[in-house]
Design a protein around this ligand. Sequence first.
Ligand code: GZL
Length: 346
Amino acid sequence: MRKSVQLTSAILLLAVLLTACRSSSVSESSTSASSLEKTVTVGFSQLGAESDWRSTNTESMQTALSRENGYNLIYKNGQQKQANQVTALRMFIQQDVDYIVLAPETETGWDFVLKEAQEAGIPVIIVDRRVDVEDPSLYTCWVGSDFDLEGRKVAAWIHEYTQSKGIEGQDIHIVHIQGTEGSTAQIGRTRGLTNAVRMYGWDLLAQGDGDFTEVRGREVMASFLRQYDNINVVYCENDNEAIGAIAAIEAAGKKVGPDIANGEIMVVSFDGINADAMQYLKEGKISCIAECNPHHGPRVQALIETLERGETPDKYNYVQETLFSSVQEIKSVTVGDESYEVTIVK
Ligand code: GZL
């Protein structure tokens, strides 16, 4: 008798546990189903892996568009060549993915392949840099930064800092290490500087393409140092270039820092992702960094889920960004009639 009671109890206990598991797995699947009715296949064409910003951006997309979140992500690295990205998009079209996410290397040259995606009925989401196409309906929406504002903020910081030190515009001798030519980040950040040069009468000595990499940043800066002996500001369009430029400056026996009145060379930059650059900021080797937010994954996930619900997302979705500096005196900068707080990094 006892054995049969024990056996019955064990079977009952097992039944209860199985029901509990099934209901929790049902609740888990119903939870994941509440955000997506089905697994969504996304073809993601990333432009490359040229910088810390880019790697962080890729990680953000892979974390958000994960299997656990209901996605099947097909990732292709374009190795900074538009032709590779066009090939990837055509492959995604062949595979009839549900969505294409494109982080474009440069702005132009996308009309034909985006037309093919549109004709295949595949929505395209652009992330980070922009595409310059005849027909904006070729892409559903975009998420990224206001690169013009980033450039204007950094230029305003240089102006307000040098003014506070009584340094005249014509005594500011700038070299400009640009990002990948024709990319939206390069276009916007360059415009921020060139407008300020005109407005404040700065002396722009030279510009060179650093392609957003540390190696090119060092090469371009070394070349500038061989040509000019009066450089006192270096405007780098990302942190990897700034790290390379600082290596070249220090190798030439010069000192980086904001104190240009006493012979230091001021370095300013963009991104705020690279740990070494943020350490340089704390040490004053980099004077100011405009944050460029790479965490687009959750935003793309939200855009896709909006579309999956049959709703229409905003066409252009900007991420919020700050300005970093370790120079205590400048607490905010004015751009147009807006004031932007500076995040002081100690
Ligand atoms: C900006 C992005 C730029 C970063 C660089 O959104 O396109 O490309 O500033 C990256 O670091 O290489």
